[in-house]
Design a protein around this ligand. Structure first.
Ligand code: ADP
Ligand code: MG
Length: 271
């Protein structure tokens, strides 16, 4: 089902962003225009990455989609709802660079927290947490404390927690940025597998063009501030992907296309 959505150019999109501007109004200082005229549609079941230089507004855009911030102008819809409605219906899962687990709760209790807040009974939420623990590869760590987990394992737990309410949309803001390369590779593949199995729609913010090419159906390249979309790259690598996909000649071509586009943005700023 995800495949059909991915291939249809007429898909109205699970997420539609139309004419979004965001100006941070700093008291006493000059306003900062972080985003300008963003139009984007994210097809249901697809995997989209946002890439661009630091400060170009990637986190700002993700926060607007996730209802952590309201746009100054423009509209966002998620499955026909406002971000607020979608968030309140628990249709959005959010993962940040820092896992932000609660230190005084065991892993299972951390993962089950959104369900607990929703009033789901203990047996049901623990069953769901255990299913997710298996999905993210944390078997055997249900009863561990967060401090006993490595950085990569903590991010696995954060992903499981974000998935606990069966959201339609998973938003990830540089979730693997603080991890070493080998851990990052492994978590990339876990994320690809989770996307494949669940059919969930993913929007990933990343600094890494290689990570974006490896995982995505489409890569949205943004310009330096004020962030605009400079190009959308369609990633036509076959699925399922593996780390071996990086050996594909097409992978190198796409990385080069993305790097050139990013570099162009920097040039325009200097000019
Ligand atoms: P990115 O995630 O691409 O690095 P951000 O979305 O975090 O970029 O930030 C975009 C721009 O907006 C940056 O110039 C940043 O300094 C500014 N900015 C971000 N958050 C705030 C805020 N709360 N108040 C004022 N300016 C902000
Ligand atoms: Mg950011």
């Amino acid at each position: 089902m995800a495949e059909a959505a991915r291939l249809s150019p007429d898909d109205p999109g699970l997420v539609t962003i139309a004419g979004v501007d965001l100006v941070y109004d700093l008291r006493g200082g000059a306003p900062v225009q972080a985003l300008r005229a963003i139009d984007l549609s994210v097809a249901e079941g697809s995997f989209v990455s946002l890439i661009g230089p630091s400060g170009c507004g990637k986190s700002t855009l993700l926060r607007i989609v996730g209802d952590l911030l309201s746009p100054t102008a423009g509209r966002v819809a998620i499955g026909g709802r406002t971000p607020r409605e979608a968030r309140l219906k628990r249709e959005i899962g959010f993962v940040f660079q820092e896992a932000a687990l609660l230190d005084w709760r065991r892993i299972r209790d951390n993962i089950a927290l959104p369900l607990e807040l929703r009033g789901v009974d203990r047996a049901t939420r623990f069953a769901k947490a255990d299913e997710l623990i298996r999905l993210v590869g944390l078997d055997g760590f249900q009863d561990a404390w967060p401090r006993q987990l490595s950085g990569g394992m903590r991010q696995r737990a954060a992903i499981a927690r974000a998935l606990s309410t069966d959201p339609r949309l998973l938003l990830l803001d540089e979730p693997f940025g603080a991890l070493d390369q080998i851990t990052r590779d492994r978590l990339n593949m876990e994320l690809a597998r989770i996307h494949e199995i669940t059919g969930i729609t993913v929007v990933l913010v990343t600094h890494s063009i290689r990570e974006a090419v490896l995982l995505s159906d489409r890569i949205v390249v943004m310009t330096p501030r004020p962030g605009r979309i400079s190009r959308i790259i369609e990633v036509d690598l076959p699925r399922p992907r593996s780390l071996g996909s990086r050996e594909d000649g097409r992978f190198g071509d796409l990385v080069a296309i993305g790097s050139t586009e990013l570099e162009k943005g920097y040039r325009d700023v200097r000019a």
